[in-house]
Design a protein. Structure first.
Length: 565
């Protein structure tokens, strides 16, 4: 991986800025040696309304110096390395606006259960992985999906016999429930006499014995007692995550995580080792600690980091997930008439924390999936804005999956960003109607309605929950064809959006959501040289072929961090 020192980055930025100014004035460019890389003969989707299309781009250091025709750019490129794209497609670097980056990195090297289609496969994969792991080490991750084998939730007695020497703690792919084997329950001190947990559930069988399955807040019973990964393990996970997302064309991520995660990012940041730009959110309940951290200038002069690592953002939760029936709805679930989901955080606490964070000049993103949860958090955002007065606060709702029609225009009125993950739509679209019925699905993953109402979208993946692959996300938003291919014309087709709109949500939308729109998200002189090269023009192919496109090259800050061989 190529890295440059922070000092070199600053020097390059200064040079690039002067070149960019010269180009804009139309003066001959005399500082040609500053050019470091040129891409010519491509189809460049700039995202810049003043010049939406171009053939070529020149880079000086970590910034874009010039955008234009191939002839223009060849003239200014001088001795810079010049890559002929042969008509390939270029977009601003993709921003994944919702990831769990280190958990994703850890999963790259752990047991894979996501596509286990039978109970036997689930068990044998865990057994095989255990055979490769030193005795006593925890086996985590997994991302199983019980709907693939008919819907039976896994139990510890499925795997106890094959994992006597390893505590196992493997989660459902949505992260809202996980299975512990008996060794893990013992290590965590969880047993039949363990009490239930507010906002969570310890599942028990008909005889009152714990099955090993823990939901939502009850998962803390185990995670709180798990040994923390070592610094070296964390660094390895970060490196794996950065390499993997670069292969998907991603140049920046918005990470939703912990203070421990922030330490890992900070270590890489100080060492100049980051190759993905990271905005790192920490838990909303810890807003006072974040306010102190920003004030301490641990992350630079303004306390909020720089273009590689941004801090000052908090992430909270209103409810759970649709798949676990823990998302909060106004009306009961269609398949569980006694149940309308739950709030995992009391609204009074959310209000108190958000209000405090807002007054401290911090930024807030809150997970809300069910329509009752989305309505509740919009109410809180509205109240805080009314009480604290105007400010460029850019509140975010993470997921915003199920909306009451009346809440859709509120995103624009309150300038609340809908941070959504289109891949979830074609995944959930297989079974969501069973849970919420035919009416509520009409305003589920309502991309089109939100855009028509003037709302801003920021797209992402929710990796590790879903693959961090913007091409699949764009495919999902444009086609809404469910993963089981049962909706060839699109699931709730009225909510499909154009390729252009999906590209914006993956580029400038993400940049705006992290206050980076003056540095990233479009291809224009002076912007960061974060670029994604794709083997075909996504606008020129049939929508269903978008997921067959390949990332060819990923450039971050002028450096190629991935090139397809
Ligand atoms: Zn998430």
């Amino acid at each position: 991986m190529m890295t440059v020192t922070i000092r070199a980055r600053i020097a390059a930025a200064v040079m690039a800025a002067s070149v960019a100014v010269a180009c804009e004035r139309g003066e001959p460019v005399k500082t040609a040696p500053a050019m470091t890389l040129a891409l010519v003969d491509g189809h460049i989707w700039t995202g810049d309304p003043s010049r939406p299309e171009a053939e070529a781009v020149a880079i000086a250091g970590d910034r874009i110096a010039a955008v234009g025709t191939t002839d223009d750019i060849r003239k200014v490129a001088g001795a810079a390395e010049t890559i002929d794209l042969h008509g390939q497609f270029v977009t601003p670097g993709f921003v994944d606006s919702h990831v769990h980056f280190l958990e994703g990195g850890f999963r790259l090297t752990s047991v894979h259960l996501r596509d286990a289609k039978t109970r036997e496969e689930f068990v044998s994969r865990i057994q095989q992985f255990a055979a490769t792991a030193p005795k006593g080490t925890w086996i985590t991750g997994g991302d199983w999906d019980h709907t693939l084998w008919g819907g039976d939730l896994p139990r510890r007695d499925w795997i106890d016999a094959v994992t006597p020497d390893h505590p196992v703690w493997v989660n459902r792919l949505d992260g809202h429930m996980a299975l512990a084997n008996t060794a893990a329950l013992r290590a965590a001190g969880v047993g039949d006499s363990s009490a239930d947990v507010a906002g969570g559930e310890v599942e028990r069988d008909a005889n009152g014995h714990v099955t090993g399955l823990l939901k939502d807040n009850a998962m803390d019973l185990v995670t709180a007692r798990m040994p923390a990964p070592s610094a070296e393990q964390n660094d390895r996970a970060l490196d794996a995550a950065m390499k993997y997302v670069a292969e998907q064309g991603v140049t920046a991520v918005h990470h939703m995580g912990t203070w421990d995660d922030l330490d890992v990012f900070e270590r890489a940041w100080r060492a100049g080792r980051l190759t993905t730009r990271i905005q790192a959110a920490v838990p909303l309940a810890t807003w006072e600690r974040l306010a102190q951290t920003v004030a301490s200038r641990r992350f630079g002069a303004d306390g909020h980091g720089d273009l590689w690592l941004r801090v000052g953002v908090l992430k909270g939760f209103v409810d759970g997930s649709l798949g676990s029936h823990t998302a909060a709805f106004v009306e009961p679930f269609t398949d569980a008439s006694h149940d309308r989901g739950l709030f995992v955080t009391p609204p009074d606490d959310l209000y108190k924390w958000i209000s405090g964070a807002d007054r401290a000049g911090l930024y807030v993103a809150v997970h809300a999936i069910g329509d009752r949860a989305v309505g509740a958090i919009l109410d809180i955002f509205e109240r805080v804005e009314r009480e604290d007065g105007p400010r460029d606060r850019r509140f975010r709702i993470e997921h915003a999956q199920h909306l009451r029609p009346a809440d859709i225009p509120r995103f624009q009125h309150l300038n609340v960003i809908a941070s959504m993950q289109p891949y979830h739509a074609i995944d959930d679209g297989r079974w969501a109607e069973r849970i919420i019925g035919p009416v509520r699905i009409r305003t589920t993953y309502a991309f089109r309605s939100l855009l028509d109402a003037g709302a801003r979208l920021a797209f992402g993946s929710d990796w590790y929950v879903a693959p961090p692959t913007p091409l699949e996300g764009i495919y999902a938003a444009v086609t809404r064809r469910t993963l089981d291919d049962k909706h060839p014309g699109g699931w709730v087709p009225g909510e499909k959006i154009t390729v252009d709109a999906a590209l914006r949500a993956y580029t400038s939308g993400g940049a705006y959501a992290s206050f980076r729109e003056h540095d990233a998200g479009t291809i224009a002189p002076g912007m960061l040289a974060d670029l994604t090269v794709i083997d075909r023009d996504l606008r020129a192919i049939a929508p269903e072929q978008i997921r067959d496109a390949h990332i060819v090259r990923t450039i971050v800050g002028g450096n190629t961090v991935f090139a397809r061989r």
